[in-house]
Design a protein around this ligand. Sequence first.
Ligand code: AMP
Ligand code: ZN
Length: 464
Amino acid sequence: MKLYFYNTLTRQKEEFYSIKPGEVGLYTCGPTVYNYAHIGNLRTYIFEDILKRVLIYNGYHVKHVMNITDVGHLSGDRDMGEDKMEQGAAREGKNAWDIADYYTQAFKKDIARLNIVDPDIWVKATDTLPEQIALVKRLEEKGYTYRTADGIYFDTSKFKDYTKLSHQDLEALQEGARVERNPEKRNPTDFALWKFSPKDSKRQMEWDSPWGVGFPGWHLECSAMSMKFLGDQLDIHCGGTDHIDVHHTNEIAQSEAATGKRFFNFWMHGAFLIIAGGKKMAKSAENFLTLENAFLSNDINPLSYRFASFLTHYRKPMEFSDEGIEAARNGLLHLQNQVRQVVAAGIGGDKAISAEYKNKFLGAVNDDLNMPRAMAVIQEMLKSSVSDTVKLTTILDFDRVVGLNLDQLDQERALPEAVQSRVDARITSRTSKDFATSDRLRAEIEAMGYLVQDTKDGMKIIKK
Ligand code: AMP
Ligand code: ZN
């Protein structure tokens, strides 16, 4: 079945194609590890996980790279303010390297709790300094850079199509630039490729470079790493919508200026999680909810949050409220119970996946990851008249995408070996119309504590 994604670059839903048949290079912008991820950040990682799982479900082999931003992300937009890592270190009275390590581990734990599949390659910004410096050199040789008192900047006026992703109005930006605090910048949209360490203080993270001691600009790492690990397999690049105007726009400018080739073909962005009332959640704001303080400490299964995120399409803002969480918690419990009932209703019988519902499910997820519709298909399937064994096989197949661990609900689902071998033998004897053996096996299975029912959909085994 065809696969469609909304591409921010073209502002429309497009049929997905990959550069190499059957393979996808996927790059997702990772966390800035100066604090815990908040549940807004995590919404974006869940969306990206669904994207990856849907690609795999459609038969693609996915190579997924995620960066860890452990240097260079400044607190203000457009290269002003302090490095968030050094800020985090000062806040906690620790070394910036330790802060990075600590919050990287916390992030990995969070995504595991949400059943998000790990990327194939994790890469830290601080591990790719040579590649980042090489990229700046390449841009310098091509005449895209200039030097100011505080760093090496990219001249965005030299890159035509600077706004092709953001569709921003540059004139309006020019207007806003009157409050610009860096008078040395030639254009308000110019951005730092390399920042110099301050003369009067020593930074904890700094490196030598052809331009002086300093650290890389934040956008640089994603360009350098995606090209390093994905080569020319630059299919899909993702992040939250806040990355469109600056981070991803600058990644495109510096990458395409350096290579002369198109950077990624598909750009996909997840909308924000907002607090009821419309406020955006930010690491710096007091509305800072983590998986720990919003879920685990209240004894709520974190997969409830994963479930909740499926009820709003990824391109629509999602409102977070206590009622919403309660509803998601109940929703997940209800789904788990429905699956348990299907399990309890019978184990023998037809184990095929329902083609009708698989088709509907694929139709939903392949239509720009329409998870609200996919969840409705799951409910329709569970309430339908297909047999319980087919329901079970089908829901477990869908779980490859939804990732709610529906296969781990009931440890007793697997029949004891002695029962299973008799069930298999009885299916064979019934097929060959050897009813004497079939009756003997039924008696043996029942003596082991199971009821045997022969239905039009095959044999059902129910625990007495
Ligand atoms: P950061 O750690 O700040 O670099 O952000 C990590 C990811 O979370 C990025 O893809 C951001 O675009 C995304 N993000 C940040 N805030 C939110 C939010 N409130 N809702 C959804 N995604 C967000
Ligand atoms: Zn990035």
